[in-house]
Design a protein around this ligand. Sequence first.
Ligand SMILES: [Zn+2]
Length: 112
Amino acid sequence: MSLPNCPKCNASYTYEDGNMLVCPMCFYEWTEEGLKIAEEAAKIRDPFGNEIVDGAEAIIAMDLKLGSDTIKQGTKVKGITILDYPQDGHDIQGRVDGFGLLLLKSSVIKVR
Ligand SMILES: [Zn+2]
């Protein structure tokens, strides 16, 4: 049985200590269970519970004001990227039909 690499420093010297996995390189300790819960919590979802992944396509789920323009509900969004560092509550960006690349919130789209 091979143990996974360290999720923190990616070293391959993981050993088991009881039900914990330990990395001797950076002293990080974790459990497979804890890792799954953290991964699940880190997932970005639309308001309908669909997971948003890089490259996803979606539609705008509600009319959005953008200056004097309005992005209509149902407008397509392509090439969605999840931002590593949300800016002003915007956690994704994507190409919005007729508007180009925009920062968006995962709460205003619906994944197709
Ligand atoms: Zn490590």
